[in-house]
Ligand binder design. Structure first.
Ligand code: PRT
Ligand code: ZN
Length: 291
């Protein structure tokens, strides 16, 4: 398999935690395709793109080696593989943290207590380089899967693993003592692909669509009525796209204001708007926002 100038190829995880979110993202940016149960290659009907479904561990190397042009994969897999890829953008899913954890009754309390101890992990290269940088002399015990059982089987004194909800650690009476890094799904490419003008143009189009979808996901559209005299205060409160749209109303001294508010500060903004006289605040989701 070798990439060519006609179609872009993107590798995504076939089956696992990133699969559905990766497919949803591709659908949300308007790509039409149909996946059958055993599909490994899927052609988009309305964009020069082929989707290739593989194990996530293979994605960084496939992208690095120009077998595919793009990939969607977690930072963790990229770091562990030490493949040379270009990080195009964060995709806001697949979020997790690589942490060191110990059993609740362990005497290991902080990072440097790990000196001389055994640490189980599936991410050997990542942990080795972390220990080297931090000058920790510990023995790494490689384990594939179910790393959290290692301390109870006396195979290790601590583990280094990913966590998202924390429920796996809690279920095994373990607690985290140190966060090594945060990971999320990334769109990646390689320098060779990005030098091919036609491919780069299509990648830029995909990126613009993805940015539009991510922006929409993180923001809400709001409309409200307000006294004209409060407009200056309201403009200060609204962190909107540019400046809000202000429309005069039939009722004297009143205006309607439209704007966009980031999800993470939404309630604070609404409280502040109400405090300066905004009323009838309507909130709706944004489908896409193209900057
Ligand atoms: O078969 P293939 O090789 O493709 O898949 P895989 O089994 O290697 O990976 P998969 O599907 O489990 O995960 C794919 C990617 O999801 C990972 O590479 C991460 O980028 C991301 N991700 C996000 C996670 C988690 N959250 C996560 N919680 N990957 C693994 N976990 C595991 C963790 O290792 C631990 O066993 O979930 C458990 C802890 O979860 P919580 O929620 O109990 O804390
Ligand atoms: Zn994997």
């Amino acid at each position: 398999m070798q990439t060519n100038n006609e179609n872009l190829k993107i590798a995504i995880q076939k089956s696992g935690r990133l699969s559905q979110a990766s497919l949803n993202l591709l659908k949300n940016i308007g790509l039409n395709f149909e996946i059958f149960e055993r599909s490994l290659f899927v052609k988009c009907e309305n964009f020069p793109l082929e989707i290739i479904l593989v194990r996530d561990d293979d994605i960084p190397e496939m992208v690095q080696d120009f077998v595919v042009d793009l990939g969607i994969v977690g930072d963790n897999v990229i770091i562990e593989s030490s493949s040379e890829v270009v990080d195009l953008m964060s995709l806001d899913f697949g979020k997790c943290r690589f942490v060191i954890a110990v059993t609740n009754e362990s005497r290991i309390k902080k990072l440097f207590d790990l000196n001389g101890k055994k640490i189980a992990t599936s991410y050997i290269a990542t942990l080795r380089s972390f220990f080297e940088i931090n000058k920790i002399k510990a023995e790494i015990i490689p384990i594939k899967g179910a790393v959290e059982v290692a301390p109870s089987l006396s195979m290790a004194d601590a583990i280094a693993d990913f966590t998202s909800t924390g429920s796996t650690l809690r279920a095994h009476d373990m607690k985290e003592i140190y966060e090594i890094y945060k990971s999320e799904a990334k769109l990646i490419s390689n320098p060779k692909t990005l030098k091919i003008k036609e491919k780069k143009n299509y990648i830029d189009k995909l990126k613009m669509r993805i940015e539009g979808v991510l922006y929409a996901k993180k923001n809400k559209y709001i409309m409200m009525n307000a006294p004209e005299k409060s407009v200056a205060q309201i403009v200060k409160i609204l962190p909107g796209v540019d400046s809000p749209t202000v429309v005069p109303l039939n009722k004297k001294g009143m205006v309607a204001i439209h704007s966009v508010v980031p999800e993470n500060i939404f309630w604070k903004v609404i409280e502040n708007l109400k405090a300066v006289g905004a009323s009838g605040i309507l909130v709706s989701p944004i489908e896409k926002m193209i900057m």
